[in-house]
Design a protein around this ligand. Structure first.
Ligand SMILES: *[C@@H]1O[C@H](CO)[C@@H](O)[C@H](O)[C@H]1NC(C)=O
Ligand SMILES: *[C@@H]1O[C@H](CO)[C@@H](O)[C@H](O)[C@H]1NC(C)=O
Ligand SMILES: *[C@@H]1O[C@H](CO)[C@@H](O)[C@H](O)[C@H]1NC(C)=O
Ligand SMILES: *[C@@H]1O[C@H](CO)[C@@H](O)[C@H](O)[C@H]1NC(C)=O
Ligand SMILES: *[C@@H]1O[C@H](CO)[C@@H](O)[C@H](O)[C@H]1NC(C)=O
Ligand SMILES: *[C@@H]1O[C@H](CO)[C@@H](O)[C@H](O)[C@H]1NC(C)=O
Ligand SMILES: *[C@@H]1O[C@H](CO)[C@@H](O)[C@H](O)[C@H]1NC(C)=O
Length: 309
């Protein structure tokens, strides 16, 4: 009974190990960033660094040089480290004892896009492998917001050939470019697609689309970054000639209306002014008559005359 149970348990452990060994992690890093290649012992425990060997290597067996980083007897051992990784790797020293053997890879570039493997060996009575893990590192960089330029048209005539262009830059990896007719959401074939690599490893993209003009064109250019699952798009919407001229006439009407209002206000002001002058004149006339009546008698001795002006 006992040995059989033990056998089942061993078998189970074996399967578990096979599963954990085959499990791959995918890590996406941006160009120039530091990537953390994760390798964590799944069980809790304290490790004595003197009994440990941690190897980080490139998983591909075909590589001439495969050592990325080595920790032997509690010390980094650079004797076999590939030149490509010199001065670019760091273990997380404060976490090693807790079973976190993750590796920091500094300033990643395109050539770091590989599958990495960490192997942890422990020496007790004899040396055995206690953990291994694979990590796939992919690099990416977001493309810039695309700039779409199209024809500036002031006729609604159809049939002439017009050209659109779309550009974006600083992305990685190479993008997919989609031209879309927003009227029916169909894809259009570009007439030119130029993807230019730059020294910093990123790409810029320039694409043109030539189509026969229609009266109401709505075109979208979309730049897709597959790794980042990112689509950046820019729109072109043609100013509709008719609504444009409508807007013009509405503006004219508005101006006319405003003019009419102004004229109305001016004439009312003039009317009020005229009435005021009239009223004033009438009042002056009446009061001066009164004054002259009054003045005729009492002021006669002063020899003053108050004649109406
Ligand atoms: C590195 O490891 C080699 C054997 O793999 C050993 O001869 C050498 O002394 C080690 N160097 C250091 C600095 O531990
Ligand atoms: C690594 O750094 C050391 C000292 O900082 C330097 O002497 C050496 O040239 C560097 N190696 C590489 C490959 O950059
Ligand atoms: C990062 O790597 C690139 C080449 O891949 C190099 O030109 C650049 O100087 C490096 N930057 C740093 C901070 O080491
Ligand atoms: C608009 O049309 C006139 C002639 O109808 C043409 O001379 C002019 O260049 C056009 N403007 C633009 C921006 O296409
Ligand atoms: C865009 O779709 C509309 C509606 O189907 C169509 O009339 C028009 O011709 C299309 N434009 C282009 C450039 O294919
Ligand atoms: C990006 O847009 C294109 C075209 O519309 C579509 O085929 C693709 O699935 C989109 N990708 C993502 C990640 O949304
Ligand atoms: C382009 O138009 C679509 C809808 O037609 C909209 O969802 C999207 O935000 C627009 N993009 C830009 C950059 O204006």
């Amino acid at each position: 009974m006992e040995p059989r149970r033990c056998g089942v348990l061993l078998l189970f452990l074996h399967i578990l190990r096979a599963v954990t060994a085959r499990e791959e992690k995918f890590i996406i890093s941006k160009l120039g960033d530091n990537a953390k290649l994760s390798c964590i012992y799944p069980l809790k425990g304290k490790f004595h660094l003197n009994n440990l060997r941690v190897y980080w290597q490139v998983a591909d067996d075909q590589e001439k040089c495969s050592v990325v980083h080595a920790l032997i007897s509690g010390q980094d051992n650079e004797s076999e480290q590939c030149i490509h990784f010199k001065n670019r790797t760091q273990l997380l020293w404060d976490r090693l004892e807790n079973g976190d053997f993750s590796l920091l890879l500094l300033n990643v570039s395109q050539s770091d896009q590989r599958t990495y493997k960490c192997i942890v060996l422990q020496k007790t009575e004899y040396t055995k492998m206690i953990h291994q893990e694979e990590v796939v590192l992919s690099l990416a960089a977001s493309y810039s917001q695309p700039i779409l330029s199209g024809p500036i048209r002031n006729t609604s005539s159809s049939g002439e050939e017009v050209t659109f262009s779309c550009r974006s830059s600083n992305g990685y990896p190479e993008p997919n470019v989609y031209w879309i007719n927003k009227t029916d959401n169909r894809h259009l074939l570009p007439s030119e697609l130029k993807i230019t690599p730059h020294t910093d490893g990123t790409y810029s993209v320039f694409s043109t689309l030539k189509i026969k003009a229609t009266s109401n064109m709505q075109i979208e250019c979309s730049i897709e970054n597959k790794i980042l699952q990112e689509n950046l798009s820019a729109n072109y919407t043609q100013e509709k000639i008719n609504s444009y001229s409508n807007r013009e006439t509405q503006k004219d009407l508005g101006q006319k209306r405003r003019g009419a209002q102004a004229a109305g206000i001016v004439s009312i002001v003039i009317l009020i002014a005229v009435l005021a002058v009239l009223a004033c004149w009438l009042w002056r006339r009446r009061s001066s008559q009164l004054v002259s009546y009054k003045d005729v008698q009492p002021n006669e001795d002063k020899g003053e005359f108050n004649s109406p002006v």
